[in-house]
Design a protein. Structure first.
Length: 127
């Protein structure tokens, strides 16, 4: 009786090194990512034609009803928190809802100036 020689199988590719690389990449991206705190409420930004992007800075949020939020402060406490901010020489970014009346923002600016906020930039969305 004659038996044929068994065919030699290719050795399986090791998958462990690939799994190690995937985990190392995952750890790298988790460690290098910046985790930004969520906005206190949803704000729809007005559109602008300029392509400049705002740099991260102190940000004051205003919703469509004129409610204010800055860091952990809400409502009337916002103005006092703005006066005590860490970088008073940096511009204050205002992220105001597009549905908010401009008068509400105009009434806010003198109160900000009285608290020592010299430079204000309004953040808009890109087209």
């Amino acid at each position: 009786m004659q038996f044929s020689a068994p065919r030699r199988r290719r050795p399986a590719e090791p998958i462990v090194p690939m799994i190690n690389v995937v985990f190392l990449l995952l750890i790298f991206f988790l460690m290098s990512a910046q985790i930004a705190p969520p906005a206190p409420f949803d704000v729809i930004l007005p559109e602008s034609g300029v392509g400049d992007r705002a740099t991260p800075a102190d940000t004051l949020y205003m919703d469509a009803e004129g409610q204010l939020a800055f860091n952990d402060a809400r409502g009337a406490a916002v103005l006092d928190a703005l006066a005590a901010r860490a970088t008073p020489e940096a511009p204050l970014h205002i992220r105001a809802d597009a549905g908010m009346e401009a008068r509400a923002l105009a009434r806010l600016l003198p109160a900000l100036a009285a608290r020592g906020v010299d430079r204000v930039e309004i953040v808009t969305g890109a087209q």
